[in-house]
Design a protein around this ligand. Structure first.
Ligand SMILES: C[S@@+](CC[C@H](N)C(=O)[O-])C[C@H]1O[C@@H](n2cnc3c(N)ncnc32)[C@H](O)[C@@H]1O
Length: 470
């Protein structure tokens, strides 16, 4: 039998003869993990393979099936120790560092925990805490975005805050069990200068960690893996159930969302803030008696939350939804209360081709409003909505051609890059006389509204013109 045990005590022992070591503070030294290897000889027995065990700390023993696994465990502890040392000695950066932790005991290939390390630039008396995000809330702006996590650290007033996301594929019993499992790792990430035995507070939004119920999971050719799940949130002190469509390629972004009422989708409620903003603006045009408004085109149907809401609020309008993935239309009908009818029509097509073909057809439909709500699958671009092909001036030219002379265009923009955002605004201004951006508090989404000057705009929009000339 071979047992490899980590000896943390030995790592923190000082050598009284090492003067150089004495000069260093305890936290600035790098205690490389120390292991002991205990080999026990047994009488050889037929068909019995050697027993291999790994003890990452005093409390846990793991039985492994191969020497390679044993070596891998030792290596991962060494890597983690090196990483922790680097993090605690790095100059504070303006970007969050994050670490993904897998569960070696599980067959799941996704991280069990994601730890975001948020360091505040200003000094604080409270040095370090961990914040566990309840399952289902990691899509909130406060926890999913860099800016949100900074705001959270500022309001918690800790010098360093570890924001912990719980992997959606894993089971968590309670906040206490999360704390027990992560205690060792969290204490390795404490900032320089804190004594080794410091008690680290674990914070959260309540005592629960398990607020997510998976309804359906599958994969489609164009979307990849996706889930439909329900989470419970509080609204004005009352619990509400929200049903969500999530693409696992971008797990912290909600594609479609609906509020549930008595086990059914509440068709009269719009759950996504950016949809609410678009509909609010639309109402202003209706109040201003914009004659153009009798047909709406939504590019990116997804779960159909926006189309369904528009149809129930304005049943006499013609609402067309374009969706590239036919599976999404099925999901919209089955899980989000989307019911096609004469005035609510799904079109399975690439939004780009749909608009280009329509623009080229002289007798084609000319819409009063076009709403662009298409996600971008390439996460390296810094724009998660829409994809770059929809930010092309030729495409925007085609959109303009598909609008009637009083029509207007909304774009849901999710962009973390200031320069790219300015380029998008610049490009849109070349096609439309009025281009306005509306930021949404607590969200990464921004709504850009574009329309021709000819439009008899509501007072608010007309006032906005001045700022556009800046
Ligand atoms: C953010 S979701 C749309 C949410 C939807 N508007 C709602 O109200 O629930 C984005 C959708 O755009 C679709 N999509 C992605 N690329 C597309 C394209 N080129 N043309 C049409 N739809 C596309 C995706 O399949 C996804 O369903």
């Amino acid at each position: 039998m071979i047992r490899v045990c980590r000896c943390e005590e030995a790592e923190h022992q000082e050598d009284p003869t090492d003067l150089k070591q004495k000069k260093q503070s305890a936290s600035s030294r790098f205690p490389f993990p120390v292991f002991t290897v205990v080999c026990t000889k047994f009488k050889k027995m037929e068909r019995i393979t050697p027993l291999l065990e790994f003890c990452p700390d005093e409390k846990n023993i793991e039985r492994l099936s191969s020497v390679d696994q044993l070596k891998e465990r030792v290596r991962s502890v060494q890597h983690f120790a090196t990483l922790c040392h680097q993090i605690s000695h790095d100059e504070k950066t303006s970007q969050d560092v994050f670490i993904e932790l897998m569960d070696p005991k599980s067959l799941k290939k996704t991280p069990k925990y994601t730890l975001f390390i948020v360091d505040r630039q200003c000094k604080s008396a409270q040095k370090f805490a961990a914040f566990v995000v309840p399952q289902g809330r990691e899509t909130d702006w406060l926890f999913s975005s860099h800016e949100g996590r900074r705001q959270l650290a500022d309001s918690a007033k800790f010098q360093r805050l570890l924001v912990i996301h719980l992997g959606r594929d894993h089971q968590f019993d309670s906040l206490d069990s999360v704390q027990t499992e992560l205690a060792g790792i969290v204490s390795s990430l404490q900032p320089q200068g804190l004594p080794a035995n410091t008690q680290i507070p674990f914070l959260s939004l309540g005592a629960q960690v398990n607020q997510r119920k998976e309804i359906y999971r599958a994969a489609s050719e164009s979307t990849g893996d996706y889930v439909i799940e329900e989470v419970e949130e509080e609204n004005d002190g009352k619990p509400v159930i929200l049903r969500r469509l999530i693409f696992l390629s971008n797990p912290n972004v909600i594609q479609s969302e609906a509020r549930m009422k008595n086990g059914k989708v509440d068709l009269k409620h719009l759950a996504c803030q950016h949809h609410l903003v678009m509909v609010e603006e639309l109402r202003q045009h209706l109040d201003a008696k914009n004659p153009a408004l009798s047909s709406i085109l939504v590019l990116g149907l997804g779960g159909g939350a926006l189309c369904t809401y528009l149809h129930q609020a304005y049943p006499h309008f013609k609402v067309d939804g374009v969706e590239i993935d036919p599976i999404m239309v099925e999901l919209a009908e089955k899980y989000f209360g989307f019911k096609p009818s004469e005035n609510l029509r799904p079109h399975i097509a690439d939004g780009l081709a749909f608009v280009r073909d329509l623009a080229a057809t002289e007798s084609g439909e000319r819409y009063g409003c076009i709403m662009l709500d298409v996600d971008c699958k390439d996460r390296s671009l810094g724009i998660s909505c829409p994809p770059p092909s929809f930010l092309d001036s030729n495409f925007i030219g085609s959109v303009k051609q598909c609008l009637n002379p009083h029509g207007f265009f909304f774009m849901n923009l999710v962009c973390r890059d200031e320069t790219k955002r300015n380029n998008v605004m610049e490009m849109l201004r070349k096609s439309f006389e009025i281009v306005q951006m509306r930021k949404i508090k607590g969200e990464v989404n921004e709504i850009i509204r574009c329309h021709p000057l000819a439009l008899s705009t509501p007072a608010k929009a007309r006032n906005g013109r001045k700022s556009l000339k800046k």
